[in-house]
Structures are given as C-alpha cells and as structure tokens.
Design a binder for this molecule. Structure first.
Ligand code: DGL
Length: 270
C-alpha cells in the first residue's frame, strides 16, 4: 500500500517528512532525480520527460499514486501528464492546489466562483520555470479576486541546497527577498513555492520580517493527501516497503539529506 513522493532532488523530503508524520502506516517511496536537478532552469518539455520517467520508476515500486513534491514539475508538467499520458488506474497529484486552497480559505472541491479573501498582497518565491509558467496565478484566479501577486524567480537557491552550501543558499534568499520587497514593500503573505525552500524557511522569515505570514507546503500537502486517501483508498498501491531512491550518487545524496533534515536518511540507487 505504498505512495510515491517525487522531487527533482532534496526539496521533496520536506513534504515526505510531513506525510510520514501524518500517515505513519503508509509506506512511502521517495525518488529524487538528483542527477538532473535543478529542474527550475529547464524547458517545459524537458521537465515533462524527466517527470514522466520518474513517475514510471515509482510505479515499478508499487506506487499507483505519486505526489509530485516539486512545484516546478507540478507547474510545467502535471496538467499535460493528466491530460495526455496518465493511465486510468494511476494518479499523480501536485503540490500547488492545497496551498492555494489554504490561502483562499477553501476546502477541497469548493468550486464556487472566485471571491475576495483576507490577503491582498502575496509574495511568491519559486524557481524560474515555476514563475514563468504563471501556474500559481492561474490557479489563484479560479478561486480569488483582487489578490496582487509579486513573483520572484529565485535563481541559484536550489543549486546551493543541492550542493549542501547553506551559507550561499542563505545569502541568495536574502538577496531575492530584498529584490521582491523593492517591488512589493509590504506583502501580507509569502508563499514558498518550491519544496526546497522550507529547508531555508528561517532565512526567508528573517529577511521578510515577523509580520509576513510564510506559507510552506509540506503540512498542507500531507493533510490534503490524507483527505484524498480517505475518499479514494483504492489508489494506495501494492508496494510494501518504504525507501529513498536517487538517480544521483546515493552516498553523496544521503550526506546532503542528512545535513538538511538533521536526521540520518539513507538513499539507494534508483
Ligand atoms: N523542489 C523543486 C520545486 O518545488 C525544485 C525544482 C528544481 O529542481 O529547480 O520546484
């Protein structure tokens, strides 16, 4: 009864951790495509091909349901996968919608017309590919009116995290936040629209100031998965074993994962 969790690299571990805490009895197979990270500077076609290959690999592990714990893949590939590629008996879910539902105070399946919500000025931090897709703004427009979104493509942050360079990652976070605040001086909410960024959440909060509510996805995605599995339990696949797979060097990736999550995580070759 396993569920797959996919990311280009280490970022999806933030989502994996929250799912494991929320659904402790469900085996989880994590796949990090570290050999091809970062996705955020790739073309949509490239992201689509890599994501499909990764999801197929997770099917081999008995995961009929795969969470794309990657905003870049959710923004650039998910819709095309669902519309043109996904077989009837499989499901792939992204990480965007649960966060937008939280921001717009909606429960699952609330398809009522867009309405005014509590926040008016939202800062979005994401990879260049996610920002370019405008997927966040599109999903938001289905649910809310009058929300001004200022998006900052945070070039370099994912690379720094994947390299294990926390000092560089922190410096980049500060400079991206400063750049955004020059364009939107007083956001009420900030979205960490890349699953790598919660690993640097303290740096984002420090640079934004305590008055800005920072939304990160992990808990929201875990909650929404628990809700989904209650409604559609048939999509828990036949896999029995939890594991961490990587397309990169397992020893190196295990070291970086352990550094960022501050607990021992052992990867095996995908
Ligand atoms: N964690 C991925 C995301 O949420 C990072 C993408 C990348 O590899 O650039 O967007």
């Amino acid at each position: 009864m396993a569920v797959g969790v996919f990311d280009s690299g280490l970022g999806g571990l933030t989502v994996h951790q929250a799912i494991a805490a929320r659904l402790p009895d469900v085996p989880l197979v994590y796949l990090g495509d570290n050999a091809h990270a970062p996705y955020g500077v790739r073309t949509s076609d490239d992201i689509y091909q890599l994501t499909c290959a990764a999801v197929e690999r997770l099917w081999e592990e008995g995961c009929d349901l795969v969470i794309l714990a990657c905003n870049t893949a959710s923004a650039a590939a998910l819709r095309r996968m669902q519309e043109t590629w996904l077989p009837e008996d499989k499901r792939v879910l992204g990480v965007f919608v649960p966060m937008i539902e939280a921001l717009t105070e909606r429960g699952w399946g609330d398809n009522s017309p867009p309405r005014r919500v509590a926040v008016n000025n939202v800062a979005l931090f994401a990879t260049p590919a996610t920002v370019a897709s405008r997927a966040f703004q599109r999903e938001l427009a289905f649910r809310a009116v009058g929300v001004d979104v200022e998006a900052q493509p945070c070039g370099g942050v994912v690379d720094a995290i994947e390299m294990g360079d926390e000092i560089l990652a922190e410096a980049l976070v500060h400079s991206h936040v400063e750049a955004l605040l020059r364009r939107m001086p007083s956001p009420e909410a900030a979205i960490l629209g890349c699953t790598h960024y919660p690993l640097m959440e303290r740096a984002f909060q420090a640079a934004l100031g305590q008055n800005v509510k920072v939304y990160s996805q992990a808990g929201l995605v875990a909650e929404s998965l628990a809700d989904y599995l209650q409604r559609r339990p048939e999509f828990v696949g036949p896999g029995q074993v939890s594991k961490f797979l990587t397309t990169g060097d397992p020893k190196r990736v295990s070291g970086k994962a352990t550094q960022f999550l501050r607990r021992s995580i052992q990867f095996e070759a995908a």
